[in-house]
Design a protein around this ligand. Structure first.
Ligand SMILES: [Zn+2]
Length: 457
């Protein structure tokens, strides 16, 4: 029965595909760059109006940024509530000269739609709206309650999102959540993930003399570049182990179902080596161990290191200052603020309390069970629409505000989306394939129908 009704829903989606593309083009043509604040309020308003027309009860929550968070609810027939997390902000379009067509003038070429935000994340917002439209047309109403949480600062580390979750947690109940994005890989399989790493981003500053000096003074004046290098060398050893005391204390081992899922995840090691030009991976890891390292182990990465003279030729100078930027990708159940404290104590304990440690960013790792009801429904729905089983990633190596929904609110969460392996999110010529967009809408419609009935098999 579900099957027959779904067929009807799918034909409505096909019939309306052009108007869905038109809505996406309208959204993309409205810049909404969180880095500068350009257009974010207009975008929030435009999106809120579209949701109101669909019958949603829409509220705007102000944040410390210019971009309000949209919370929209459409009451449905069944008992269940499905949440969609999305974001309407986009990355800056720079470098403009590398775009083949202007970033905010969306255009279709060769079956692909180009423009900033077509994939990340406006295409996903529109796919969910289009799916819901088709489902309500066929059913007469939504078979479950739909709750959209759409923020406007995701690309600027979601400032204000955690405050919103704290403030509204009572209203944000849901039985499952579909996270913002996902993509189809080279084999036509939809990649979905059930967790994201956290991150701690810091800057270390070592200071010496008040100004740069002649390097002959290196006999008697301390050199901050050496201080910084010595300090950094205490943070991680050549065996890749992070040496901050207590760094690994809260690291959770992957669950047996996570390991089972990881075993199924395709990971082309030779392709990745060719792509990056490296001969072997760190710790010489390979196979399942490599996947565990990549998805379930924390990192300490020097992102940049600056001091003294690095121009052409030589300049004998004793620098007055040295700066390093570092990020730590964190895994469940590490806490970025706790790791920050441990880093400070570590440096002090090793005699580097003169080095200033600035906190530039912190996000908790987030994790939902890979076998939650919503994950299983979304996987079944994907298999049906894409005609291939999806790739289920228990975690991604990247970071995002997943924790606030999956862990703070405790709503089981899985990602899905309309991108593909060459969607170029954050880069020039961001694009989606129209066929993926069509399938992505159908996938969301199937999730809505199947989750309402909890029909897992
Ligand atoms: Zn993004």
């Amino acid at each position: 029965m579900v099957s027959l009704t779904l067929q009807k829903v799918f034909s409505v989606i096909d019939r309306d595909l052009n108007s869905s593309i038109k809505l996406l083009k309208d959204f993309v043509a409205q810049p909404s760059v969180c880095a500068t604040g350009e257009g974010v309020r207009d975008m929030a308003h435009m999106l809120g109006e579209v949701l109101k027309e669909l019958g949603f009860n829409v509220s705007y929550h102000e944040t410390p940024t210019k971009a309000p968070i949209i919370h929209a609810v459409l009451k449905g027939k069944g008992e269940k509530t499905l949440m969609f997390y999305n974001h309407y902000d986009v990355q800056p379009p720079d470098p403009l000269s590398e775009w083949e067509s202007p970033p905010f003038e969306p255009v279709v070429r060769d079956g692909k739609l180009f423009g900033r935000g077509v994939n990340d994340n406006k295409g996903n917002i529109v796919a969910r709206i289009a799916a819901l439209k088709a489902v309500t047309e066929v059913f007469g109403e939504s078979p479950l309650t739909v709750r959209f949480v759409i923020e406007g600062d995701e690309e600027c580390s979601s400032r204000g999102f955690s405050g919103f979750i704290d403030e509204c947690r009572e209203e944000l109940r849901a039985d499952g959540c579909i996270w913002e994005s996902g993509y189809v890989d080279k084999d036509g399989r939809l990649q979905m993930y059930a967790g994201m790493k956290g991150i701690l981003y810091v800057e270390l500053v070592a200071r010496g003399a008040e100004r740069d000096l002649h390097s002959s003074m290196g006999t008697i004046i301390p050199n901050p570049a050496w201080r910084l290098v010595w300090a950094l060398s205490t943070i991680k050893g050549p065996d890749e182990k992070v040496l901050i005391e207590g760094f690994y204390d809260d690291v959770a081992d992957p669950a047996p179902e996570d390991i089972r899922a990881l075993e199924e995840v395709p990971f082309d090691e030779e392709f990745l080596k060719d792509l990056t030009g490296v001969k072997e991976f760190t710790k010489k890891a390979t196979g399942l161990q490599l996947k565990i390292e990549h998805f379930f182990k924390p990192t300490a990465t020097i992102d940049g290191l600056v001091s003294g003279y690095i121009g052409e030729g030589s300049k004998t100078v004793l620098p007055s200052r040295a700066v390093a930027k570092l990020d730590f990708r964190l895994v469940p159940n590490q806490d970025p603020h706790d790791i920050f404290e441990k880093l400070r104590q570590h440096l002090a304990r090793h005699g580097f309390s003169d080095i200033e440690v600035k906190l530039l960013g912190a996000e908790h790792p987030g994790k939902s069970p890979i076998n939650s009801e919503i994950a299983e429904v979304a996987a079944k729905a994907a298999e049906r629409v894409y005609e291939k089983p999806p790739v289920l990633l228990p975690m991604t190596a990247g970071s995002g505000p997943f924790y606030h929904v999956a862990n703070k609110l405790g709503v089981p969460t899985i990602s899905a989306g309309i991108g593909y392996y060459d969607s170029k999110a954050h880069a020039p010529n961001e694009n989606i394939r129209i066929e993926d967009f069509r399938k992505g809408i159908k996938h969301m419609a199937a999730v809505i129908c199947m989750f309402a009935e909890s029909r897992v098999s």
